[in-house]
Design a protein around this ligand. Structure first.
Ligand code: ARG
Length: 396
Protein backbone atom coordinates (compact mmCIF):
# COMPACT_ATOMS: atom_id res chain seq x y z
CA UNK A 1 0.00 0.00 0.00
CA UNK A 2 1.32 3.37 -1.07
CA UNK A 3 2.15 5.84 1.69
CA UNK A 4 3.80 8.72 -0.11
CA UNK A 5 3.25 9.66 -3.73
CA UNK A 6 4.83 12.10 -6.11
CA UNK A 7 1.99 13.52 -8.22
CA UNK A 8 2.34 14.98 -11.71
CA UNK A 9 0.55 18.21 -10.91
CA UNK A 10 -0.88 20.67 -13.43
CA UNK A 11 -2.86 22.92 -11.11
CA UNK A 12 -6.09 22.05 -12.92
CA UNK A 13 -9.25 20.70 -11.33
CA UNK A 14 -8.44 17.00 -11.65
CA UNK A 15 -4.95 17.05 -10.19
CA UNK A 16 -6.02 19.46 -7.44
CA UNK A 17 -8.85 17.18 -6.42
CA UNK A 18 -6.40 14.29 -6.69
CA UNK A 19 -4.22 15.84 -3.98
CA UNK A 20 -7.14 15.94 -1.56
CA UNK A 21 -8.55 12.59 -2.63
CA UNK A 22 -5.29 10.67 -2.30
CA UNK A 23 -4.87 12.08 1.16
CA UNK A 24 -8.45 11.69 2.38
CA UNK A 25 -9.48 8.44 0.73
CA UNK A 26 -6.21 6.51 0.54
CA UNK A 27 -4.22 8.13 3.33
CA UNK A 28 -1.37 8.88 0.93
CA UNK A 29 0.92 11.87 1.48
CA UNK A 30 1.31 13.84 -1.71
CA UNK A 31 4.27 15.73 -3.10
CA UNK A 32 2.93 17.76 -6.02
CA UNK A 33 5.41 18.26 -8.84
CA UNK A 34 4.80 20.63 -11.74
CA UNK A 35 7.27 20.53 -14.59
CA UNK A 36 7.60 23.68 -16.65
CA UNK A 37 7.64 22.59 -20.28
CA UNK A 38 6.29 25.94 -21.44
CA UNK A 39 2.62 25.41 -20.61
CA UNK A 40 2.32 28.99 -19.36
CA UNK A 41 0.36 30.03 -16.31
CA UNK A 42 1.66 31.17 -12.96
CA UNK A 43 3.60 28.21 -11.64
CA UNK A 44 4.19 29.77 -8.23
CA UNK A 45 0.43 30.15 -7.83
CA UNK A 46 0.03 26.54 -8.88
CA UNK A 47 2.45 25.50 -6.17
CA UNK A 48 0.42 27.39 -3.58
CA UNK A 49 -2.76 25.73 -4.84
CA UNK A 50 -1.26 22.28 -4.32
CA UNK A 51 -0.35 23.12 -0.73
CA UNK A 52 -3.84 24.50 -0.13
CA UNK A 53 -5.31 21.28 -1.48
CA UNK A 54 -3.33 19.38 1.14
CA UNK A 55 0.02 18.47 -0.45
CA UNK A 56 2.88 17.91 2.01
CA UNK A 57 5.11 19.75 -0.41
CA UNK A 58 4.97 21.25 -3.89
CA UNK A 59 7.79 21.66 -6.34
CA UNK A 60 8.12 23.42 -9.67
CA UNK A 61 10.88 22.14 -11.93
CA UNK A 62 12.22 24.04 -14.92
CA UNK A 63 12.19 21.54 -17.78
CA UNK A 64 12.20 23.55 -21.01
CA UNK A 65 15.88 23.29 -21.80
CA UNK A 66 16.07 19.55 -21.29
CA UNK A 67 12.81 19.13 -23.15
CA UNK A 68 14.14 21.06 -26.12
CA UNK A 69 17.53 19.41 -26.27
CA UNK A 70 16.87 15.86 -25.16
CA UNK A 71 13.43 15.27 -26.60
CA UNK A 72 12.45 17.82 -29.23
CA UNK A 73 15.74 17.73 -31.14
CA UNK A 74 15.57 13.95 -31.52
CA UNK A 75 11.94 14.41 -32.66
CA UNK A 76 13.10 16.90 -35.26
CA UNK A 77 15.85 14.56 -36.47
CA UNK A 78 13.07 12.02 -37.00
CA UNK A 79 10.67 14.58 -38.60
CA UNK A 80 8.25 13.01 -36.16
CA UNK A 81 4.57 13.17 -37.12
CA UNK A 82 2.10 10.61 -35.79
CA UNK A 83 -0.18 9.37 -38.54
CA UNK A 84 1.64 11.75 -40.82
CA UNK A 85 0.20 14.86 -39.20
CA UNK A 86 0.46 15.21 -35.44
CA UNK A 87 3.83 16.53 -34.19
CA UNK A 88 3.41 14.65 -30.88
CA UNK A 89 3.00 17.75 -28.73
CA UNK A 90 1.73 15.93 -25.63
CA UNK A 91 3.36 12.58 -26.25
CA UNK A 92 6.86 14.07 -26.13
CA UNK A 93 6.58 15.92 -22.84
CA UNK A 94 5.64 12.80 -20.84
CA UNK A 95 8.99 10.99 -20.82
CA UNK A 96 10.72 14.08 -19.43
CA UNK A 97 8.01 14.64 -16.82
CA UNK A 98 8.25 11.03 -15.67
CA UNK A 99 12.05 11.16 -15.54
CA UNK A 100 11.87 14.24 -13.30
CA UNK A 101 9.08 12.77 -11.18
CA UNK A 102 11.05 9.62 -10.53
CA UNK A 103 14.00 11.75 -9.35
CA UNK A 104 11.69 13.64 -6.97
CA UNK A 105 10.25 10.36 -5.74
CA UNK A 106 13.75 9.25 -4.76
CA UNK A 107 14.45 12.58 -3.06
CA UNK A 108 11.26 12.43 -1.03
CA UNK A 109 11.47 8.71 -0.32
CA UNK A 110 8.13 8.20 -2.08
CA UNK A 111 6.92 4.71 -2.87
CA UNK A 112 4.54 5.68 -5.64
CA UNK A 113 3.93 7.95 -8.58
CA UNK A 114 0.51 9.44 -9.30
CA UNK A 115 -0.97 11.08 -12.38
CA UNK A 116 -4.26 12.73 -13.21
CA UNK A 117 -4.99 11.00 -16.51
CA UNK A 118 -8.30 9.39 -17.35
CA UNK A 119 -8.68 5.80 -18.46
CA UNK A 120 -9.55 6.70 -22.04
CA UNK A 121 -6.45 8.53 -23.14
CA UNK A 122 -2.90 7.96 -24.23
CA UNK A 123 -1.28 9.95 -21.46
CA UNK A 124 -1.93 7.28 -18.82
CA UNK A 125 -0.09 4.84 -21.07
CA UNK A 126 2.88 7.18 -21.41
CA UNK A 127 3.10 7.96 -17.69
CA UNK A 128 2.82 4.39 -16.59
CA UNK A 129 4.95 2.65 -19.18
CA UNK A 130 7.72 5.24 -18.69
CA UNK A 131 7.51 4.79 -14.92
CA UNK A 132 7.78 1.05 -15.24
CA UNK A 133 10.78 1.45 -17.49
CA UNK A 134 12.60 3.86 -15.19
CA UNK A 135 11.47 2.74 -11.74
CA UNK A 136 9.65 -0.59 -11.76
CA UNK A 137 9.58 -0.57 -7.95
CA UNK A 138 7.26 2.45 -7.76
CA UNK A 139 3.55 1.83 -7.40
CA UNK A 140 1.34 3.76 -9.81
CA UNK A 141 -1.73 5.61 -8.62
CA UNK A 142 -4.27 6.89 -11.11
CA UNK A 143 -6.90 8.59 -8.91
CA UNK A 144 -8.91 10.15 -11.75
CA UNK A 145 -9.24 6.74 -13.36
CA UNK A 146 -10.32 5.06 -10.17
CA UNK A 147 -12.53 7.55 -8.35
CA UNK A 148 -15.44 7.31 -10.79
CA UNK A 149 -16.62 10.90 -10.23
CA UNK A 150 -18.23 12.98 -12.97
CA UNK A 151 -16.86 16.46 -13.56
CA UNK A 152 -19.69 17.92 -11.49
CA UNK A 153 -19.02 15.48 -8.67
CA UNK A 154 -15.34 16.35 -8.60
CA UNK A 155 -16.21 20.05 -8.46
CA UNK A 156 -18.44 19.26 -5.49
CA UNK A 157 -15.65 17.21 -3.92
CA UNK A 158 -13.29 20.14 -4.42
CA UNK A 159 -15.66 22.59 -2.77
CA UNK A 160 -16.30 20.23 0.13
CA UNK A 161 -12.59 19.78 0.76
CA UNK A 162 -11.61 23.41 0.35
CA UNK A 163 -9.85 22.88 -2.96
CA UNK A 164 -10.03 25.98 -5.14
CA UNK A 165 -11.68 25.29 -8.48
CA UNK A 166 -9.62 26.93 -11.18
CA UNK A 167 -11.69 28.87 -13.68
CA UNK A 168 -9.98 28.40 -17.01
CA UNK A 169 -10.83 27.61 -20.57
CA UNK A 170 -10.17 23.94 -19.99
CA UNK A 171 -13.65 23.84 -18.55
CA UNK A 172 -14.73 24.04 -22.20
CA UNK A 173 -11.90 22.01 -23.73
CA UNK A 174 -9.14 19.74 -22.53
CA UNK A 175 -5.94 21.56 -23.35
CA UNK A 176 -2.35 20.45 -23.08
CA UNK A 177 0.38 22.87 -23.99
CA UNK A 178 4.14 23.10 -24.13
CA UNK A 179 6.84 24.72 -26.25
CA UNK A 180 6.23 22.22 -29.09
CA UNK A 181 2.57 23.27 -29.45
CA UNK A 182 -0.96 22.95 -28.06
CA UNK A 183 -3.44 20.11 -28.09
CA UNK A 184 -7.12 21.02 -27.79
CA UNK A 185 -9.82 18.38 -27.44
CA UNK A 186 -13.30 17.70 -25.98
CA UNK A 187 -16.38 19.91 -25.81
CA UNK A 188 -17.87 20.85 -29.14
CA UNK A 189 -14.85 19.31 -30.91
CA UNK A 190 -16.10 15.83 -29.99
CA UNK A 191 -18.32 15.94 -33.07
CA UNK A 192 -15.79 15.55 -35.90
CA UNK A 193 -18.13 17.44 -38.22
CA UNK A 194 -18.08 20.63 -36.14
CA UNK A 195 -15.64 23.28 -37.30
CA UNK A 196 -13.23 24.24 -34.55
CA UNK A 197 -14.46 27.53 -33.08
CA UNK A 198 -11.99 30.39 -33.42
CA UNK A 199 -11.44 30.45 -29.65
CA UNK A 200 -9.56 27.16 -29.63
CA UNK A 201 -6.59 28.81 -31.33
CA UNK A 202 -4.04 30.78 -29.39
CA UNK A 203 -0.72 30.34 -31.15
CA UNK A 204 -1.94 30.58 -34.73
CA UNK A 205 -4.05 33.66 -35.44
CA UNK A 206 -3.29 35.80 -38.44
CA UNK A 207 -1.69 38.98 -37.17
CA UNK A 208 0.65 39.59 -40.08
CA UNK A 209 -0.48 39.79 -43.67
CA UNK A 210 2.46 41.00 -45.74
CA UNK A 211 4.44 38.01 -47.00
CA UNK A 212 7.93 37.60 -45.65
CA UNK A 213 10.59 34.94 -45.41
CA UNK A 214 12.74 33.33 -42.74
CA UNK A 215 16.07 31.58 -43.12
CA UNK A 216 16.83 28.77 -40.72
CA UNK A 217 20.40 27.57 -40.42
CA UNK A 218 21.01 23.93 -39.42
CA UNK A 219 24.14 22.19 -38.22
CA UNK A 220 24.05 18.41 -38.10
CA UNK A 221 20.26 18.55 -37.94
CA UNK A 222 20.16 21.14 -35.15
CA UNK A 223 18.60 24.53 -35.95
CA UNK A 224 21.32 26.98 -34.94
CA UNK A 225 20.43 30.30 -36.53
CA UNK A 226 17.53 32.42 -37.63
CA UNK A 227 18.08 34.92 -40.44
CA UNK A 228 21.81 34.60 -39.92
CA UNK A 229 21.66 35.22 -36.18
CA UNK A 230 23.07 32.39 -34.09
CA UNK A 231 20.91 31.23 -31.19
CA UNK A 232 20.26 28.13 -29.12
CA UNK A 233 17.46 25.80 -30.13
CA UNK A 234 15.10 26.75 -27.31
CA UNK A 235 15.35 30.47 -28.12
CA UNK A 236 14.98 29.79 -31.83
CA UNK A 237 11.89 27.68 -31.26
CA UNK A 238 10.31 30.55 -29.30
CA UNK A 239 10.95 33.00 -32.14
CA UNK A 240 9.72 30.63 -34.79
CA UNK A 241 6.53 29.81 -32.90
CA UNK A 242 5.84 33.52 -32.66
CA UNK A 243 6.67 34.42 -36.25
CA UNK A 244 5.10 31.47 -38.04
CA UNK A 245 2.10 31.51 -35.69
CA UNK A 246 1.45 35.16 -36.50
CA UNK A 247 0.78 34.06 -40.09
CA UNK A 248 -1.84 31.60 -38.89
CA UNK A 249 0.19 28.59 -40.02
CA UNK A 250 0.48 25.42 -37.96
CA UNK A 251 -3.04 24.12 -37.34
CA UNK A 252 -3.95 20.46 -37.48
CA UNK A 253 -7.50 19.13 -37.29
CA UNK A 254 -7.69 15.35 -37.43
CA UNK A 255 -9.30 12.16 -36.21
CA UNK A 256 -6.54 10.02 -34.74
CA UNK A 257 -6.17 6.49 -33.45
CA UNK A 258 -5.42 6.38 -29.76
CA UNK A 259 -3.35 3.54 -28.33
CA UNK A 260 -6.36 2.49 -26.27
CA UNK A 261 -8.45 1.70 -29.34
CA UNK A 262 -10.52 4.87 -29.50
CA UNK A 263 -10.70 7.23 -32.44
CA UNK A 264 -10.68 10.80 -31.29
CA UNK A 265 -11.04 14.18 -32.92
CA UNK A 266 -8.11 16.38 -32.05
CA UNK A 267 -7.04 19.86 -32.94
CA UNK A 268 -3.48 21.00 -32.58
CA UNK A 269 -1.47 24.08 -33.24
CA UNK A 270 2.25 23.74 -33.56
CA UNK A 271 3.57 26.52 -35.79
CA UNK A 272 7.23 26.19 -34.83
CA UNK A 273 7.29 22.40 -34.84
CA UNK A 274 5.59 22.09 -38.22
CA UNK A 275 7.72 24.81 -39.83
CA UNK A 276 10.93 23.29 -38.46
CA UNK A 277 10.01 19.77 -39.57
CA UNK A 278 9.23 21.12 -43.02
CA UNK A 279 12.54 22.97 -43.26
CA UNK A 280 14.58 20.15 -41.73
CA UNK A 281 13.21 17.42 -43.94
CA UNK A 282 13.73 19.62 -46.98
CA UNK A 283 17.39 20.08 -46.10
CA UNK A 284 17.67 16.32 -45.78
CA UNK A 285 16.47 16.15 -49.38
CA UNK A 286 19.60 18.04 -50.35
CA UNK A 287 22.09 16.34 -48.04
CA UNK A 288 21.10 12.72 -47.44
CA UNK A 289 22.25 10.03 -49.81
CA UNK A 290 19.34 8.23 -51.48
CA UNK A 291 19.36 4.88 -49.64
CA UNK A 292 19.81 6.54 -46.26
CA UNK A 293 17.06 9.01 -47.07
CA UNK A 294 14.61 6.27 -48.10
CA UNK A 295 15.36 4.04 -45.14
CA UNK A 296 15.05 6.99 -42.79
CA UNK A 297 11.68 7.90 -44.29
CA UNK A 298 10.56 4.31 -43.71
CA UNK A 299 11.59 4.43 -40.04
CA UNK A 300 10.24 7.89 -39.21
CA UNK A 301 6.61 6.78 -38.78
CA UNK A 302 7.78 3.99 -36.48
CA UNK A 303 9.70 6.50 -34.36
CA UNK A 304 6.55 8.65 -34.11
CA UNK A 305 4.39 5.66 -33.26
CA UNK A 306 6.69 4.53 -30.44
CA UNK A 307 6.74 8.05 -28.98
CA UNK A 308 2.95 8.20 -29.27
CA UNK A 309 2.50 4.78 -27.70
CA UNK A 310 4.50 5.63 -24.59
CA UNK A 311 7.57 3.65 -25.56
CA UNK A 312 10.14 6.45 -25.33
CA UNK A 313 12.13 4.34 -22.89
CA UNK A 314 12.36 1.08 -24.79
CA UNK A 315 15.10 -0.82 -26.62
CA UNK A 316 13.71 -0.24 -30.11
CA UNK A 317 13.29 3.46 -29.45
CA UNK A 318 16.86 3.67 -28.14
CA UNK A 319 18.13 2.14 -31.34
CA UNK A 320 15.92 4.25 -33.58
CA UNK A 321 17.08 7.40 -31.80
CA UNK A 322 20.69 6.37 -32.39
CA UNK A 323 19.94 5.77 -36.08
CA UNK A 324 18.21 9.14 -36.48
CA UNK A 325 21.03 10.96 -34.75
CA UNK A 326 23.73 9.33 -36.82
CA UNK A 327 21.80 10.19 -40.00
CA UNK A 328 22.23 13.89 -39.17
CA UNK A 329 26.00 14.07 -39.72
CA UNK A 330 25.65 16.08 -42.93
CA UNK A 331 22.31 17.81 -42.37
CA UNK A 332 23.96 21.20 -42.37
CA UNK A 333 22.88 24.25 -44.33
CA UNK A 334 20.16 26.86 -44.71
CA UNK A 335 16.51 26.64 -45.60
CA UNK A 336 14.36 29.60 -46.58
CA UNK A 337 10.70 29.52 -45.62
CA UNK A 338 8.23 31.87 -47.26
CA UNK A 339 5.40 32.98 -45.02
CA UNK A 340 2.06 34.39 -46.03
CA UNK A 341 -1.31 34.15 -44.28
CA UNK A 342 -1.99 30.45 -43.66
CA UNK A 343 1.04 29.18 -45.55
CA UNK A 344 4.66 28.33 -44.89
CA UNK A 345 6.58 27.03 -47.90
CA UNK A 346 10.18 26.13 -48.51
CA UNK A 347 11.47 28.33 -51.32
CA UNK A 348 15.20 27.60 -51.18
CA UNK A 349 17.88 25.44 -49.58
CA UNK A 350 21.68 25.38 -49.67
CA UNK A 351 24.44 23.45 -47.97
CA UNK A 352 28.24 23.35 -47.88
CA UNK A 353 27.92 19.55 -47.95
CA UNK A 354 25.14 19.39 -50.49
CA UNK A 355 24.88 16.27 -52.64
CA UNK A 356 23.30 18.33 -55.37
CA UNK A 357 25.90 18.52 -58.14
CA UNK A 358 25.20 21.23 -60.66
CA UNK A 359 27.39 19.59 -63.30
CA UNK A 360 25.42 16.36 -62.99
CA UNK A 361 22.00 17.97 -62.84
CA UNK A 362 22.26 20.64 -65.50
CA UNK A 363 21.13 20.40 -69.09
CA UNK A 364 23.37 23.29 -70.18
CA UNK A 365 26.91 23.52 -71.38
CA UNK A 366 28.49 22.73 -68.01
CA UNK A 367 26.99 19.27 -68.12
CA UNK A 368 29.52 16.74 -66.75
CA UNK A 369 27.32 13.64 -66.78
CA UNK A 370 28.69 10.70 -68.83
CA UNK A 371 25.74 10.15 -71.14
CA UNK A 372 27.33 7.10 -72.76
CA UNK A 373 27.14 5.23 -69.42
CA UNK A 374 23.37 5.55 -69.29
CA UNK A 375 22.62 3.23 -72.19
CA UNK A 376 24.18 0.09 -70.69
CA UNK A 377 22.89 0.90 -67.24
CA UNK A 378 19.30 1.21 -68.39
CA UNK A 379 19.52 -1.93 -70.54
CA UNK A 380 20.75 -4.03 -67.59
CA UNK A 381 18.29 -2.37 -65.22
CA UNK A 382 15.44 -3.48 -67.46
CA UNK A 383 16.85 -6.90 -68.34
CA UNK A 384 14.72 -8.88 -65.90
CA UNK A 385 11.53 -7.21 -67.03
CA UNK A 386 12.42 -7.73 -70.66
CA UNK A 387 13.06 -11.44 -70.06
CA UNK A 388 9.73 -11.78 -68.27
CA UNK A 389 7.97 -10.03 -71.12
CA UNK A 390 9.52 -12.31 -73.78
CA UNK A 391 9.25 -15.64 -71.96
CA UNK A 392 6.09 -15.37 -69.90
CA UNK A 393 3.93 -12.66 -71.40
CA UNK A 394 4.73 -13.82 -74.92
CA UNK A 395 6.02 -10.56 -76.39
CA UNK A 396 8.82 -11.13 -78.90
N1 ARG B 1 -4.21 13.14 -28.52
C1 ARG B 1 -2.97 13.72 -28.15
C2 ARG B 1 -2.01 12.69 -27.65
O1 ARG B 1 -2.43 11.63 -27.29
C3 ARG B 1 -3.16 14.86 -27.20
C4 ARG B 1 -3.48 14.52 -25.81
C5 ARG B 1 -3.72 15.80 -25.08
N2 ARG B 1 -3.91 15.62 -23.69
C6 ARG B 1 -4.77 16.36 -23.01
N3 ARG B 1 -4.81 16.14 -21.75
N4 ARG B 1 -5.54 17.25 -23.56
O2 ARG B 1 -0.83 12.91 -27.61
Amino acid sequence: MAKRAVLAYSGGLDTSVAVAWLKEELGVEVVAVAVDVGQGGDLEAIKARAIEAGAMDAVVIEGKERYANEILLPALYANALYEGRYPLVSSLSRPLIVDLLVKEARKYGADSLAHGCTGKGNDQVRFEVATRALAPDLEILAPVRSWGMTREESIEYAIKHGVKVPVTKDRLYSIDENIWGRAIECGILEDPWNSPPEDVWEMTSVKETSPTSLTIGFEKGVPVSLDGKAMDFLTLLGHINEKVGSFGFGRVDMVENRRVGIKSRETYEAPGALALIRAHSDLEGLTLERDLSHEKARLEPKWAELAYDGLWFSPLMDSLRAFMESSQKFVTGDVRLDLSPGTCTVSGRRSPVSLYDYGLATYDAQDSFRHQDAEGFVRIWGLGVETWSRKQVGNQ
